[in-house]
Design a protein around this ligand. Structure first.
Ligand code: RIB
Length: 310
């Protein structure tokens, strides 16, 4: 069966990853044990993940005309992402991040958006075709908010399945945008930002998700790391467990989850099966360090699913 096309709009960053013992507090100087450059950015990670997991992925994003930009686009092309709608600008450098990973595998990220700030509505207008050609449209919040909002609304009006990963957490999302979102995929922190309800228990998470449902979101899919995910929609609430793994770095786990979910939906699978596929792919991604470099292939994911469900 031919799978549907997935259009991913979002950021590309070169991640400067440093491994630290603990996160520094204000005024503290600490030593890092290593520094590596790894292609990342929430949008590009999702595009990379969608392609390597077997999806038909098109990416809309901006990079600078610099070495980082070349490396970022090459990495996407290598796994088969359609990059023909990406724009290169001489006005700003490619996006980059300083990403600290501690011993427990948790990260803290500082983003320098650079060329990502030029992902505007004008840019989308120039690549209208990509939007009309896709079946599923997905995005996140690392490019200008106005562009994220208006493109989701346009995608929904055009009859596409829409997925919004509200990361990094925005202060709020206008109701008219929420009404255009079929699947909103916050983690607990993002849910807290969007609802002002501390997501400190399953009950509180359910309450927060219901508020977003009432505002018009089709399905709220809360990702809770090792605690699995929670699907809240008009049919009720369902918990999906995460496979148990030895986590070393959570970078890009959310991106992998979102992309794997979209790939499975694009193949005509049910929402439940797609969440299960996404949970397995995301669990594998936390077993390796880095962003795109940690995302498993389709084959690795299927082998893992067969092994642990044997
Ligand atoms: O979601 C992980 C990504 O967030 C990293 O690759 C980094 O670029 C930041 O944007």
């Amino acid at each position: 069966m031919k799978s549907g096309k997935i259009l991913i709009l979002g950021s590309s960053n070169m991640d400067v990853v440093v491994e630290v013992d603990h996160m520094p507090s204000a005024g503290e100087t600490i030593m890092a044990s290593s520094k590596v450059l790894i292609p990342g950015g929430k949008g590009a990670n999702q595009a990379y993940a969608a392609a390597i997991l077997g999806g038909d992925a098109i990416f809309l994003g901006m990079i600078g005309s610099d070495d980082d930009g070349k490396a970022l686009i090459e990495n996407l092309k290598n796994v088969g992402v359609d990059t023909s709608h990406m724009d290169v600008t001489g006005l700003l450098p490619s996006g980059s991040t300083f990403l600290m990973v501690n011993k427990e595998g948790n990260n803290s990220i500082i983003v320098i958006p650079g060329a990502n700030t030029l992902c505007t509505e004008d840019y989308i207008m120039r690549h209208e075709q990509a939007l009309s050609d896709c079946d599923i449209f997905m995005t996140q919040m690392e490019i200008p908010e106005t562009c994220v909002h208006s493109t989701i609304i346009r995608a929904k009006k055009a009859g596409k399945i829409t997925i919004l990963d509200p990361a990094p957490a925005p202060e709020s999302i206008p109701d008219k945008v929420l009404k255009a979102v079929d699947y909103l995929t916050p983690n607990e922190t993002e849910l807290e930002h969007l609802t002002n309800i501390p997501a400190n228990s399953i009950e509180a998470i359910k309450r927060g998700a219901k508020i977003l449902l009432e505002k018009g979101v089709g399905n709220v899919l809360v990702t809770m790391g090792a605690n699995g995910s929670l699907l809240v929609n008009s049919e009720g609430i369902r918990h999906f467990p995460s496979p148990k793994v030895n986590a070393v770095d959570s970078t890009a786990a959310g991106d992998t989850f979102n992309a794997a979910f979209a790939v499975s939906l694009s193949e005509g699978n049910s929402v439940e099966d797609s969440i299960s596929f996404a949970s397995h792919a995301a669990a594998l991604s936390v077993c390796k360090k880095g962003a795109q470099i940690s995302i498993p292939t389709r084959e690795e994911t299927e082998t893992f699913i067969n092994k642990i469900n044997y």
